[in-house]
Design a binder for this molecule. Structure first.
Ligand code: SF4
Length: 204
């Protein structure tokens, strides 16, 4: 099963297929891999030790960043993710990014932002839309409409603990006017806004 896979200059970690969302646009619906990664559907979730050992099969000097993403929501395994992030930093000295739905606080029913301190360099959160009702309609997440405000609160909080927080939307999926509103949200929160190319519309 594919635990680690390359996309351009980065190495991606596929920890889980669990996700609190069922996004209408999720590419998992009609493909099983990214960039010739091999299937990202996991037979079972790899243990932390298995993931650590998997790095031995890759030339880690080639990569600019290690990204927790995969075919699922990586924060579904937040403690394991952070243990592996610590290992990556100690062993390879590489920056770590987490691509996420930003719903970890709802998954764990607590403020998770402080857990990221010193272990994660970038948190990239899928905003998808500037509108609360649209967000729930698009992501079909299990938490209901409160999820949008929880995402924004998480972004604001985690900014205190990681160097870079980015909210993203995907190009051509919303109007220019909506992109302007997303930029305003990001300005208000003090985080970066990024419009991702369509092809990266895999996961959070
Ligand atoms: S796009 Fe991401 S957040 Fe949405 S269902 Fe797919 S894996 Fe989950």
């Amino acid at each position: 099963m594919t635990i680690l896979y390359e996309i351009y200059d980065n190495l991606y970690v596929n920890l889980t297929n669990r996700c609190p969302c069922a996004c209408t646009f999720c590419l998992r619906q009609d493909r099983d891999e990214m960039n010739h990664s091999g299937s990202l559907w996991l037979e079972r979730e790899p243990s932390v030790e298995e993931v650590k050992r998997e790095f031995d099969h890759f030339d880690m000097t080639k990569y600019k960043e290690v990204v927790f993403c995969g075919f699922g929501e990586p924060t579904e395994r937040l403690e394991d993710l952070l243990e592996i992030a610590a290992f990556i930093k100690e062993r390879y000295g590489l920056p770590v990014r987490v691509n996420t739905s930003g719903l970890a606080d709802l998954i764990y029913k607590k403020d998770t932002a402080p857990m990221f301190q010193g272990l994660v360099d970038t948190v990239s959160i899928s905003l998808n839309t500037p509108d609360k009702a649209d967000y729930h309609r698009l992501t079909r997440n299990r938490f209901g409409e409160e999820s949008f405000d929880a995402l924004l609160l998480f972004a604001e909080r985690v900014k205190q603990y990681v160097p870079k927080v980015v909210l993203t939307t995907v190009e051509t999926t919303i109007t220019k006017e909506q992109e302007k509103k997303c930029q305003e949200i990001c300005d208000r929160l003090g985080v970066f806004y990024r419009i991702r190319p369509w092809e990266s519309n895999t996961l959070s």
